[in-house]
Design a protein around this ligand. Structure first.
Ligand code: PLP
Length: 409
């Protein structure tokens, strides 16, 4: 078969019928690039994410109730836990319970700011002087620690002609970010001397070791008392992420900073957390079946041949794999939802494909929509999948490829 430009574009199988990449001259590659812009449609085979805005807003209200009605700073790091930070900002931005949005990386904060978010944005990472300038120039609140920062911010403030709003990042035992609490008082006194810096908050993160969390909070509040005694105001205090909202209600302070729970996953243990405040899963990870075949006795499935048919068995292929963020460990017993039934993932999750065991009857067909994660059945809940696969529930969300299209339903 002669590969023309037209049939190369039109048939996914063109490469399989004898063409090698070498036969694609640079010229034809350049032409392939010039195809008209592809439209994302709802009848696609390739995977997509459906967002359920009402469930996300529901979770915010639940968490607000658990956190003694404190304002919520919605954490949207890592592209909104895989669900798209701009979508989340749009869905939650107008809620009275929501005080703002927080992310870690500079570009994430800048793009959040551009996406018409009317609420404050907090940057929770380190940045170069230039990045701090760009963040401050866009009214993004900065997190600060370290000795150099006062002079950096003084000079940025002079350039902008206004003071810079910051949150002081205090390390009370996490040993990850922030100024160690035992060094914080003289440092805060130095910051307080600057007329260019406006301390609007101070925050810390818990280790989520329930006993040690109490010690961490004690260190934080004691620091605040010492600061107050010196006439220093630490601004709004905040510490609690999803885990502390559930397990350490004394830590609500002036504001809370949940991430994962807003998206509908329990931070540690659904058995103890669900009775305190039930969350709704806020998204569905979906794809359509691309192949249905029957295995003969003895046929095996995918890389490593982990699965062998012991009787004639129908299988189906999904065009989603670990490069999309679907866990490789799904083959350890994870199921997906098709129609009204659950089917196990078998063989291996490869980069772009996963395979399902359908059974003795071909009860699915090409084009059927499959929900891999979602609220529709207990066994496709993110926490259930994480338990069966033996991975963190954070990975179920955070590893979702940023390239997956999102549809707000
Ligand atoms: C990720 C993060 C949060 C939110 O954590 P969840 O466990 O997802 O609720 C809060 N604060 C900081 C500093 C974070 O990095």
């Amino acid at each position: 078969m002669k590969i023309t430009r037209r049939n190369f574009i039109g048939t996914g199988s063109a490469l399989a019928v004898g063409t090698t990449l070498a036969t694609l001259s640079n010229r034809s590659i350049a032409k392939v690039k010039s195809v008209t812009k592809h439209q994302i449609t709802k009848d696609r085979f390739d995977p997509w994410i459906e967002l359920i805005p009402e469930s996300m807003r529901y979770n915010v209200r639940i968490l607000h109730g658990l956190a003694a009605k404190r304002p919520i700073m919605v954490v949207v790091k890592n592209n909104g836990y895989g669900l798209g930070q701009d979508n989340i900002a749009k869905i939650l931005g107008n809620m009275p319970e929501v005080a703002g949005f927080a992310a870690v990386k500079t570009e994430a904060c800048l793009s959040l700011h551009e996406s018409a978010v009317s609420k404050p944005v907090l940057h929770m990472g380190m940045a170069t002087d230039q990045d701090f300038y760009d963040l401050a120039a866009n009214n993004i609140q900065l997190s600060i620690y370290g000795n150099k920062i006062r002079w950096v911010l003084d000079s940025i403030s002079k350039k902008l002609g206004r003071s810079i709003a910051v949150h002081q990042y205090i390390d009370t035992g996490m040993s990850r970010m922030g100024i160690p609490y035992q060094k914080a008082l003289p440092w805060m006194m130095d910051i307080a001397e600057s007329e260019y810096i406006d301390v609007i908050g101070s925050f810390m993160g818990f280790t989520e070791d329930e006993e040690y969390d109490r010690e961490q909070l004690r260190r934080f509040t004691e620091l605040n008392n010492l600061a107050n005694a010196k006439g220093i105001n630490m601004g709004k205090l905040h510490a609690a992420s999803s885990h502390a909202i559930y397990h350490f209600t004394d830590a609500a302070l002036d504001m809370v900073r949940p991430g994962i729970a807003i998206y509908g996953a329990y931070p540690a243990n659904p058995d103890t957390e669900k009775p305190l405040g039930e969350l709704k899963v806020t998204y569905r990870l979906k794809a359509r079946i691309v192949r249905v075949e029957q295995l003969r006795v003895g046929d095996t499935v995918s890389y490593g041949r982990n699965y062998t048919a012991e009787k004639p068995t129908w299988i189906a292929t999904l065009p989603i794999g670990h490069s999309d963020g679907y866990p490789r460990n799904a083959v350890k017993g994870v199921k997906v939802f098709v129609g009204n039934k659950l089917y196990p993932v078998i063989g291996a999750v490869s980069a772009s494909h996963s395979i399902l065991e359908i059974g003795e009857e071909p009860t699915v067909k090409i084009g059927d929509v499959v929900t891999l994660v979602g609220p529709d059945h207990e066994e496709i809940h993110p926490n259930y999948i994480s338990k069966v696969a033996g991975i963190s529930v954070y990975d179920i969300l955070m590893h979702l490829s940023s390239k997956l299209p999102k549809i707000i339903i």
